[in-house]
Write a protein that binds this ligand. Structure first.
Ligand code: PLP
Length: 281
């Protein structure tokens, strides 16, 4: 049984017991983070911790944990994972378990903090060679998609729609604009310019997205954050999805139609190579 972190202690995952009154269980009142570690080295851990701390402040969940405290948990779970090779560390924080069920914030509860490790299955080689297929669908999620909350039903339904259709991801559309995939950020490339939806309440600002932005900008590749119309998907030269677990994956078919040439494009190829370098490969 792999190691986990549970409210200040490190113990085997099967020894963790959650109260039915935990507000994560009753209200999805909490946040999570998924951080990768390649060959025992955490990738962009500080950025994941910064996003977690921002989210906790926005939801007024007070843990008393410093950035260093969070990093120490990530480091120890990684070091003692017992997992051979690449892994992810999952962290979840909820508002805690109150004495009774009531919607408003309970007084005097201690947040619940949980962490676990899992082997990381990296994107298959075929995704890099051929790209993946996606569908588009309406974005039915709430108005604060910038918070990485554990209320994931919209994303669950989007991913299942993709799975049912035999494709890899569901690109969500709100008011005629691309928001994001089921659990990925979306990028379109036209005439060499990389564009991705604006970092506002409509999307989660992915850490992978931040890395892509940094790498592209440093390499002098044109990169813009702007509203991306759904109809642009039909005329884009390239479309990519990106996340911690999907890395940067080219999308070569959307709603059954080829994207660009129908093959992973040259801009993707360049950025994917820079990304692999940043992962220490
Ligand atoms: N957007 C959503 C809705 C997500 O759930 C995720 C990751 O789970 C992402 C984007 C990508 O975020 P990251 O690159 O930090 O994994």
């Amino acid at each position: 049984m792999t190691i986990s972190y549970w409210n200040g202690r490190y113990l085997p995952l099967d020894q963790v017991q959650v109260s039915p009154l935990d507000r994560g269980f009753l209200f999805a009142d909490g946040l999570y983070e998924v951080t990768a570690a390649y060959n025992g080295r955490l990738f962009e851990a500080e950025a994941h911790v910064a996003r977690l701390q921002r989210g906790l402040a926005a939801l007024r969940i007070e843990t008393g944990m410093s950035d260093g405290d969070w990093l120490a948990i990530l480091e120890r779970l990684t070091a003692e994972s017992g997992v051979d090779g690449d892994l992810t560390v999952y962290l979840q924080v909820t508002r805690g378990a109150a004495a009774a069920r009531a919607h408003g914030f309970p007084a005097g509860v201690t947040p619940t903090i949980f962490g676990m490790v899992s082997p990381l299955k990296r994107p298959p080689d075929s995704w890099r060679a051929q790209g993946v297929a996606a569908l588009t669908m309406p974005d039915i999620r709430w108005g604060r998609c910038d918070l990485k909350t554990i209320a994931l039903l919209g994303s669950v339904l989007a991913q299942q729609a993709a799975t049912d259709a035999g494709v890899t991801d569901a690109i969500q559309i709100r008011d005629g604009f691309v928001t994001e995939g089921a659990a990925t950020n979306v990028f379109v490339v036209k005439d060499g310019v990389i564009a991705t939806p604006v970092a506002d309440h409509r999307i989660l600002v992915g850490i992978t997205r931040q890395v892509i932005q940094r790498l592209a900008t440093t390499a002098g590749l044109p990169f813009v954050e702007r509203d991306v119309r759904a109809i642009e998907l039909a005329t884009a030269d390239e479309v990519w999805i990106a996340s911690t677990t999907k890395e940067i994956t080219p999308v070569t078919t959307i709603d059954g139609r080829l994207v660009g040439t129908g093959k992973p494009g040259p801009v993707w190829s360049r950025v994917a190579a820079l990304f692999a370098e940043s992962q220490g490969r």
